[in-house]
Design a protein around this ligand. Sequence first.
Ligand code: GRF
Length: 207
Amino acid sequence: MLKVVVLVSGGGTNLQAIIDGVKNGSIRNTQIVGVISNNKNAFALERAAREQIPASCISPKDFSSRDEFNQEFMDAVDGMQPDLIVLAGFLVVIPEEMIQKYRNRMINIHPSLIPAFCGKGFYGLKVHEAALERGVKVAGATVHFVDEGTDTGPIILQKAVAVEAGDTPEVLQRRVMEQAEWKILPQAIDAIAGERISVVEGKVIIK
Ligand code: GRF
């Protein structure tokens, strides 16, 4: 059984896709053992509570230093003994020590086809605003392993969606979520749970 901890900051629609995938069997051999948010108002925490998934809020704002937060945060995650950590819209910088400890066991969902529109400053609606500004005809999402960079780890899955005439950033964001994010994130977790993923020389192989 793959034990998964999901880290969230916002609405939790990707968390919901994981919850639904475990319940409907499209994500096999997986249990969400905990949810942690940095935002006490994140609706993602409500989604976890509805499923009786242990959920907590740990925010850098509640600590006198980032080091203190990092230690408390890492202790909370380690305490759940996850096999996999999923960043589902988590907006806090992950401590280096944690990235090293969970190398190739921590994944992130990014709302673009990396390497387009990613890296520092590209999150949430900003990604879609930049895509529309550039005039791209195809958008999409990427699931990747987390490394020391920003959106730079080995790519696991990607899915493209069409950009349509008249799209606003909000409309495009919703389409990318519905048609890409909520599909490839569960697929990636199922592949990891099924031990069908390996990383060879920085490239992901899915069996
Ligand atoms: C999603 O657009 C995801 O791609 C990005 O943050 C957003 C999180 O949305 N990383 P939600 O909290 O899963 O609804």
